[in-house]
Unconditional design. Structure first.
Length: 88
């Protein structure tokens, strides 16, 4: 038996690290969870503003997939409640 990590484990760790790397670019990373997972437009406003300059906006909505996960909060520049867009 060897102490070396398996090729599969190393590949998984590399893939996980890459995923975390692009998430670090989120413009809302410094904002409160209360704003990110807001249910009301007024609470979501700081994150919605950040979305306008977010470099990972498309990935955010693709990963969260709000309409299929009944998501509550902000994703991809829009506020969602129970997977439906909240319009202001
Ligand atoms: S697009 Fe997503 S990751 Fe970017 S600021 Fe908006 S909620 Fe955050």
């Amino acid at each position: 038996m060897t102490d070396q990590p398996s090729v599969t484990a190393t590949a998984s760790a590399t893939a996980a690290a890459k995923e975390l790397d692009w998430r670090r670019g989120a413009a809302c990373a410094h904002l409160s969870e209360r704003s990110v997972f807001a249910r009301l437009p007024a609470e979501a406003e700081p994150v919605l503003h950040a979305c306008g300059r977010c470099p990972i906006r498309k990935q955010c909505e693709a990963v969260v997939d709000p309409s299929h996960t009944w998501f509550d909060g902000v994703s991809g520049g829009r506020l969602w409640r129970n997977g439906r867009e909240v319009t202001r």
